[in-house]
Design a protein around this ligand. Sequence first.
Ligand SMILES: *Cc1c(COP(=O)(O)O)cnc(C)c1O
Length: 398
Amino acid sequence: MSHSQQKREFGFATKAIHDTAHERFAGGPLVPPIYQTSTFVFPTAEEGAERFAGEASGYIYSRLGNPTVTALEEKIASLEKAEMALAFSSGMAAVSAALMALVKTGDHILCSKGMYGCTFSLLNWLKNLFGVEHSLSTMSDEEMLRQAIKPNTKLIYVETPVNPTMELIDLEMVGRVGKELGITTIVDNTFMSPYLQRPIEWGCDLVIHSATKYIGGHGDVIAGLVAGPRSLLEEVQKTTQKDFGGVLGPMDAFLLLRGLKTLAVRMEAHTKNAQAVAQFLVSHPQVERVHYPGLPEFPQHALAQKQMDGFGGVVSFELKGGHEAATRMLNHVSLCRLAVSLGDVDSLIQHPASMTHAIVPREERLNMGITDGLIRLSVGIEEVQDIICDLENALSFV
Ligand SMILES: *Cc1c(COP(=O)(O)O)cnc(C)c1O
């Protein structure tokens, strides 16, 4: 390493590829080995007791920690500029572990108006089973945010862009207000990945990912991550992560570590393709409206430029013909795969009102901006002209 390199912190793409974790593994493999083991052998009874007491470092049992999973957690912490990260068996395991470790009966969670369908359903049963309240707010300016905060607000939970309407929330505002009032702020950063948006840099506390999406990137793993300050994450680790036990397996951690190596180039390609697709849709006669932060006419384009390092790969759009038109279009795509999920190298298209957000009652759904004609497209990294031709053909049947 040259003198000039030592003085400068490595850039994102470098950190996503290189790590120090492999130095811990015997034999110095380039890639962290898959520690496909449930338990770890103690050299002596005393050492076993010390590991349980937290007096000696070293692994005990893979629900409490596994070296391949640790390598992933360290890499995500580094990319999100967090002190620590924890890996889970799904995005929802991450969301539920974080929420349930940090609230108790009588607390209130303030949420963005619109969120992942299962997060919405989780909040409802937290209310019904445990008396943890929540409310949804647009948070489009600081006054609105402050007015929505209640004396018992314990957490502010936001998605930005909001799934699937792409509405943005000002992360600097949320982080600052949360710090001032002593409220923990949580950001679901799934749609952006740490390459395009790092909420901790804007003062937010915790970052959550469905790593199933861009972090894995290849549609072959279900996983979740939480990154943030050590004080909060140790709480999550020793309560809900350990005792609910939704931990990630070593093979899945390996797949995510591999996915991360190409995150930077993939996100550049997704963003470039999505911009071209959004521009194509804007000019199509059957399309009523296109929601993509990279369009100059997007109402929060300036905020997108401020807090995002690129506009991402998800485009949603409303068809003039409503639900029927959406059904016809989806039945005629072929390159774009008719499937939920997002963030894969393959383009994926779905209808939120009847699929990902079917669980949200219609009135609430419309209030979230999810109309019957809304389609969500996760633009892949295929040749962009092929994606556009496929959409053009499908739209001709609408
Ligand atoms: C997919 C998704 C989740 C849930 O993640 P799973 O890995 O499916 O459990 C949470 N939030 C957002 C924004 C998502 O897209």
